[in-house]
Design a protein around this ligand. Structure first.
Ligand SMILES: Cc1ncc(COP(=O)(O)O)c(C=O)c1O
Length: 454
């Protein structure tokens, strides 16, 4: 069954597996050691139907048949549960608060809609994310606009849309906003706390030389400057120290650092909590992260302050799985390559940060020999997983790569003319297309050159 954009709001696969009548295991049985460990990295609720992977009640290989490959599958039930866990957890610890989803982690109108329905605020960085958030019908008064290079036109769009908060990254933002705004606009100042984090350099943002935000002395001067502004209402401070952070201590240090700038009504403490990509990753739980933030806030910030947080990766990464089809299996000098129909066109996390992913054959979960999973693009660096155990991969089989919900589709590109993959939402009612696959017509659709003479 092929899907087109016309299927967008229809559930096209339904009926919970198993269909074979074999015993199925549920999330509650995950500690059952008979379950291959890779299932533990799949979205909560993933289980086996015999040896076949079931995500969100659907057989992974049937999802691949229905929607094609590569495809990003997001478990909507798991995503909503995580949004609620964040929102309820923060509200219980600090009632005057708001969870703001960092939409760069998976910008797709259907996901903005889900987050809006869960009453989350939305962090948008730039005009494109703003357009999608508005198209989803989310409440712009709960939007937080970010960016270290916001243009006049993006700021004008945000002001026009009634975005609640603009985060000031530099003095040029101030000049632009004062020129463009016709009424009072709430702003926060992004502060560099000078806090080191044990994450990849490309996603560390809390250090002195970060391109994001202002150093403490500059922030202090800007606070004074904004106190005299008749257009910009300085509500408070923002800090974000990086992404895929697997230790809570730096988050507390960042709170302490910005507290030195005085007392404000609002503190946005950013995102950054890591996801569990591999068996060896042990990220702090959402609850222990929230405990750390709110304990630091109780120590260092005014008790009346409003707290915002902006989770992205930790909200959505673990709810996503990418399905590929094996195109070739080839023996090399020291390894055997499994080449799939995607790669760095839909997952740049490996080449940009060296992120490790785990995977399994969708219909033979667990066990097997070591293979190198490579993509279809013209770079030797286009390698999805250097070494992963797979059971008897063969041409035409479906490979499921776990924990691809965040920042994979975000950075999808058209390298080698690849078509950017669809996003499929799975829930109890079935599976539905949230974003269709790009087409060759889409690729040609931006051509501005005149067609060749006929
Ligand atoms: C300002 C800001 N807030 C929040 C986030 C979300 O971070 P994460 O996805 O690591 O939670 C980012 C991501 O880089 C960011 O730049």
């Amino acid at each position: 069954m092929a899907c087109s954009s016309g299927d967008r709001d229809n559930f096209v696969l339904s009926g919970a597996t198993p269909r074979t009548g074999k015993a199925c295991m549920t999330i509650d049985e995950r500690t059952d050691h008979r379950l291959p460990p890779v299932v533990d990295l799949m979205p909560p609720g993933a289980r086996l139907d015999g040896e076949r992977l079931v995500i969100g009640g659907q057989l992974a290989s049937e999802l691949a048949d229905s929607f094609g490959t590569p495809a990003l599958i997001i478990d909507e039930v798991a995503l909503r549960a995580r949004a609620r866990r964040y929102a309820d957890g923060l509200a219980a610890r600090w009632p005057n608060s708001q969870v703001v989803w960092a939409s760069k982690s998976l910008p797709c109108t259907a996901i903005y809609r889900i987050m809006g329905e869960e009453a989350l605020g939305i962090d948008v960085a730039g005009g494109g994310e703003l357009v999608m958030a508005l198209a989803a019908g989310a409440d712009p008064s709960r939007f937080v606009l970010h960016g270290n290079a916001k243009t006049d036109s993006e700021l004008a769009m945000a002001l026009e849309a009634g975005v609640g908060t603009v985060v000031i990254d530099n003095l040029d933002d101030v000049e632009r906003l004062e020129r463009l705004s016709s009424r009072e606009q709430g702003v926060l100042i992004r502060v560099i706390p000078d806090v080191a984090t044990a994450t990849h350099d490309a996603i560390a943002t809390g250090h002195q030389n970060s391109k994001f935000g202002l150093l403490i002395p500059e922030a202090r001067a800007l606070i004074e400057r904004l106190r005299g502004s008749d257009r910009l209402r300085l509500d408070g401070l923002h800090v974000h120290i990086g992404s895929q952070i697997l230790d809570v201590a730096p988050f507390a240090r960042a709170v302490e650092a910005i507290a030195a700038l005085g007392e404000f009504e609002v503190y946005d403490l950013g995102g950054g909590l890591g996801a569990r990509y591999t068996y060896d990753d042990h990220p702090p739980s959402i609850e222990s992260y929230l405990d750390t933030l709110t304990e630091a806030a109780r120590r260092f910030l005014p008790s009346s302050a409003r707290l915002l947080i902006e989770p992205g990766r930790s909200m959505i990464a673990e709810t996503g799985v990418t399905l590929y089809r094996v195109v070739s299996v080839k023996r090399g000098a020291t390894r055997t390559f499994v080449a799939v129909d995607g790669g760095m066109g839909d997952n740049l996390e490996v080449s940009l940060y060296g992120q490790r992913f785990e995977a399994t054959m969708a219909d033979r979960v667990g066990g097997g020999e070591s293979y190198t999973v490579v993509g279809r693009h013209c770079e030797s660096g286009d390698q999805l997983i250097e070494s992963v155990a797979l059971r008897d991969p063969a041409v035409g089989d479906v490979l499921a790569v776990a924990v691809t919900g965040a920042y994979c589709l975000t950075m999808a590109n058209n390298y080698n003319g690849a078509l950017r993959p669809p996003i499929v939402l799975v829930a109890a009612e079935g599976a539905r297309l949230a974003l269709r696959r790009e087409t060759y017509e889409d690729l040609l659709g931006r051509d501005a050159a005149p067609p060749p003479p006929s």
